[in-house]
Ligand binder design. Structure first.
Ligand code: GLP
Length: 241
């Protein structure tokens, strides 16, 4: 794992956006894995700026998001589809049909998960997977558990994630308790991985990811087995290294 530590969250966002922009310039047909959460927002703003400046063309890029809450359709204001539309897709020239977010609705979420994994495979796999990290070390919605999920699956959110994400909902009771998420295996099969973490509340998870054992109790630690993974951290997130 290649670790870059920069002074501020703003610089971390610029660094992540620069890496993604370079990947698109190198390969206009890039298959790009994307996260939600607050971590990627600065990078998304930078990518939008680069697009507006005429530097970046998204017309052939395909995107696959890491996860979606079960039970929220794409119009729900806390759905990850809506988040992606509002924070990136609506502001760049990516064709809507090139953007993929797992479906959290319908009678059979397990089937949605299987279909999503198959769609990634048929797109030729992910070239670059961008992601954040949860305070408990989760990636996508792969929560601490006693085994790594290999493929996209329906995953139960841990109480600490429900607690962390309740700020976006009226109450903890309104936070969906399950999600469709790429598995750790799906993420490890991406040809390149890019993790962005900022802020003191990620420092414990980052210490575990970098210096602790590789364990499904801290899912991001699996990235240490990725042959081409870059972690961009601000000084606060790196403060316990
Ligand atoms: C969510 C998402 C993750 C994200 C994490 C951290 O639960 N499923 O993909 O990395 O939270 O979010 P934030 O960036 O807001 O700290």
């Amino acid at each position: 794992m290649q670790i870059h530590i920069v002074k501020s969250p703003e610089l971390a966002a610029e660094a992540a956006a620069t890496l993604i922009a370079a990947a698109i310039l190198e390969n206009p047909d890039l298959v790009l894995g994307l996260p939600t959460g607050s971590s990627p927002l600065g990078a998304y703003r930078a990518l939008i700026r680069m697009h507006r400046e005429g530097l970046l063309d998204f017309s052939k890029v395909a995107t696959y998001n890491l996860d979606e809450y079960v039970g929220l359709d794409g119009t729900h204001e806390q759905s990850y589809r809506r988040f992606m539309d509002e924070n990136l897709f609506d502001h760049v020239n990516i064709p809507r049909e090139n953007t993929h977010v797992p479906s959290g609705v319908g009678p059979d979420p397990e089937r949605n998960a299987r279909d999503y994994e198959a769609a990634i495979l048929s797109a030729g796999g992910i070239d670059l997977q961008f992601m954040g990290i949860g305070r408990n070390g989760h990636i996508g919605f792969n929560e601490p558990s006693d085994s790594f999920a290999d493929k996209t699956a329906v995953i139960a959110l841990s109480p600490s994630t429900v607690e962390a994400n309740k700020r976006f909902f009226a109450s903890a009771d309104d936070v969906p308790k399950t999600a469709v998420s790429m598995g750790v295996g799906t993420i490890l099969r991406a040809r390149r991985a890019l993790l962005l973490a900022t802020g003191r509340d990620k420092a414990e998870a980052i210490r575990g990811m970098v210096n602790g054992p590789v364990t499904p109790m801290l899912p991001a630690s699996a990235l240490r087995f990725h042959p081409n993974c870059v972690a961009i951290l601000d000084e606060a997130a790196a403060s316990l290294l």
